[in-house]
Design a protein around this ligand. Structure first.
Ligand code: AMP
Length: 245
């Protein structure tokens, strides 16, 4: 009985995927990548941009944190990398991304936040999208100077409610009530990788592994400068103008 159910579910998924691909023929899905160092504001931008474009937000960092919270089989394998500010190995990251993209919520496309982060990930994404007959539409690089990244990460506090996940800057965008999220009233916390030693490692990893992706996406990349004190609305307005331009 269980076998029949599994076969039927698999058949149903295939039929659904076929149907979605037929729709894609007329209305292709859109995939947008946000590049930038840790603390550049990719997550904040993605939460504004994705709904504005009618797309889903895919953050690999959030996906990993969900695995950790749910103590899944991946959790053990990824935990040490995240804690040390190192990149999770490509094969694990790619498994997570493939699995995510199979979810129905991505059927119109996605704004990628924190993915790809290495050349191998970028090449895999190109191949996967090619096999679906689509391409990355645009890559947005959020350019932020390193001292600003360090300050933002050290003063960042994040909502502990996973379905909210809002982040605050203690100096420029503090919560109304100390350590409590304005939006959902859950406690705020400091991410374990938002501490000085790990921040340095994450910035170094970005410089070494992810910055070279600007060359990979050359020709399809728009660069937006985000300076200290710029509000998220100002950054969003700049990105929208760059996307339209
Ligand atoms: P983020 O929330 O994007 O700052 O990511 C937090 C951590 O998750 C990173 O420091 C990495 O350890 C891991 N991570 C997120 N995205 C990726 C990725 N695309 N490839 C490898 N590791 C990743």
């Amino acid at each position: 009985m269980k076998n029949i159910q599994t076969v039927l579910t698999a058949l149903l998924c295939r039929a659904l995927f076929f149907l979605i691909r037929c729709v894609w023929f007329i209305l292709p899905p859109r995939f947008i990548i946000l590049l930038g160092g840790p603390g550049a504001g990719k997550g904040t931008l993605a939460t504004q941009l994705a709904p504005a474009l009618g797309l889903a937000h895919l953050s690999t960092g959030d996906a990993f944190r969900r695995e950790l919270a749910a103590k899944t089989k991946f959790a053990e394998q990824v935990e040490s990398y995240i804690k040390a500010g190192k990149l999770v190995p490509d094969d694990l990251t790619l498994q997570i991304v493939r699995r995510e993209l199979m979810r129905l919520r991505y059927w119109r496309g996605a704004v990628f936040d924190g993915f790809p982060r290495t050349r191998a990930q970028a090449e895999m994404l190109t191949q996967l999208l090619e096999s679906w007959g689509v391409k990355v539409e645009r890559v947005i690089l959020l350019e932020v100077e390193e001292p600003v990244l360090i300050e933002r990460l050290s003063l960042r506090r994040t909502c502990s409610n996973k379905s909210c996940g809002r982040s605050y800057h203690l100096k420029y965008e503090p919560p109304k009530e100390a350590d409590i999220c304005d939006a959902c009233k859950s406690p705020l916390y400091q991410r374990s990788d938002d501490v000085p030693e790990v921040i340095r490692e994450r910035i170094e990893t970005y410089r070494r592994e992810s910055k070279p992706l600007c060359d990979y996406y050359q020709g399809n990349l728009v660069s937006v400068k985000s300076t200290l004190g710029m509000t998220k609305e100002e950054v969003f307005a700049k990105v929208k103008a760059a996307l339209l331009g």
